[in-house]
Design a protein around this ligand. Sequence first.
Ligand SMILES: [Zn+2]
Length: 231
Amino acid sequence: MANEQKESSRTSILSLPTEVLSEVLVRVASSSSTDLFRAKLCCKLFYEVSEADNIYQRVSLDKFEIVPWQKNDKLSRFLKKCRESKNPEALYRKGMVDYFTDKHKDSALECLEEAANSGHADAAYALGIIYIFFGGDELKRQGILLLSGMKKSRILKGRVKLCRENLRALLRMIWVKNPMFLNPTLICCAMTHDKKTSSWPMDADDVEESTCEGCACDEEIGAICAALPYR
Ligand SMILES: [Zn+2]
């Protein structure tokens, strides 16, 4: 009897279609990387299925520091594989750290764009800010469109405050070296209407709901600049 039970449970695991097992492991991975690593140790099949791109693409990175303070080759290899598998959070983190520390700026922007295109709200918000700072009429226009689009969107509107807080928190962690953030200029010249505020808001909670797209962007930029360490 005991042997029969043993036989049937072994059969049930081995006969589970790989796609189903993969879907289960994707869910495990997206809620906890620790649980995924434990599952990988269970058996060869779990290990092999867990090595697929779709697992790396969805694995949660919550457990890991956004800015790793110590060099860790194993973690670096894991994060690289996540990025190669288009994990939006991994792309976002790499893009942010590289961009703001003034390293590999082109590939950093590509990472952020890829993350934003796959629906990563923090990446979209950060890109809007970067485009506006980066300057050039076309990029600036894209940045304004991105930010004001988010603020107008029924779905993303509620996310903007969180994106702003996340970016401010992240900038406090990164050693910001990119010189272009030193001198922000106003987007809205306020010639056509009265400005609501006469200075940059210093607190994320002070950002007002502005009907003017230029003012709306100025408010976001002001809140971000206030979080930069050298101000
Ligand atoms: Zn305005």
